[in-house]
Design a protein around this ligand. Structure first.
Ligand code: DX5
Ligand code: ZN
Length: 229
């Protein structure tokens, strides 16, 4: 069963051993590397930029890399991360002045497009964008830091978006980012998610293989058919 996607978030990795951490997270069953870009403007924290993305891309030519831009503004960073090897570029709609332009810009570089919604950001942004998106990310924590608790009211948003995708018969991934762990992944999947960002619950565990296999076991109890990325 490979219909669910697990995306190790390297924000929680040990940066001294980044290559090994990436290798181990993938060989343990991770599908996509989640790369959190924080700029100290859109969120308080600072993380990493295109040079590090490029090293990861050169190191792992085939792995999908999901670049989560928590930046303000958005557009000026798109060419840099696209050129450095992003597969997905996901951004926050309130961080751009021209949503339509930003979507087109990401597509013009051949990257998949994602919209990321903070817990209290309105889903109205989907009204005129839905059919052009490859992934919708519902933040289940306020962005900026790993290791926070899952915010339960996001489950309601999740089922709303799942219904929207099904109703319109669209092939869009539905991701949850923040506080995902063995104890709640099954429930989150039942509300409609099929893509899970996993930071602390993976890199904070002693045994990555075990952590991922426990998550997959929870997912096996839920059935859903999705296409491969
Ligand atoms: C938070 C980031 C997340 C973070 C999730 O702003 O977008 O991707 O790494 O970390 P955990 O899984 O620890 O909540
Ligand atoms: Zn993220």
């Amino acid at each position: 069963m490979k219909n669910y996607f697990l995306a190790p978030s390297i924000l929680s990795a040990d940066f001294i051993r980044l290559g090994e951490e990436i290798n181990e997270s993938l060989s343990s069953g991770g599908d996509v590397i989640h790369f959190d870009v924080m700029d100290g403007h859109y969120v308080e924290n600072l993380t990493f930029g295109p040079a590090i993305l490029k090293s990861i891309r050169n190191f792992k030519m085939d792995v999908p890399i999901d670049v989560h831009l928590m930046t303000y503004p958005v557009d000026k960073f798109i060419p840099m991360f696209a050129d450095a090897g992003a597969t997905f570029i996901t951004f926050h709609p309130e961080a751009t002045n021209h949503l339509d332009h930003t979507i087109n810009l990401i597509k013009s570089y051949g990257c998949k497009v994602g919209l990321s919604f903070n817990p209290t950001t309105s889903l109205d942004y989907l009204d005129y964008t839905l059919d052009r998106l490859d992934i919708i990310v519902l933040m289940s924590v306020n962005p900026g830091f790993g290791g926070q608790n899952f915010i339960p009211f996001v489950l309601k948003k999740l089922s709303f978006v799942r219904n929207l995708i099904e109703k319109n018969k669209l092939n869009i991934l539905l991701a949850v980012d923040g506080g995902v762990k063995v104890e709640n992944i099954g429930k989150i999947a039942r509300y409609g998610a099929d893509f899970f960002v996993i930071g602390t619950s993976l890199f904070g565990s002693k045994n990555y293989k075990l952590a991922i296999s426990l998550m997959r076991k929870e997912l096996e109890k839920v059935s859903i058919i999705r296409k491969k990325i």
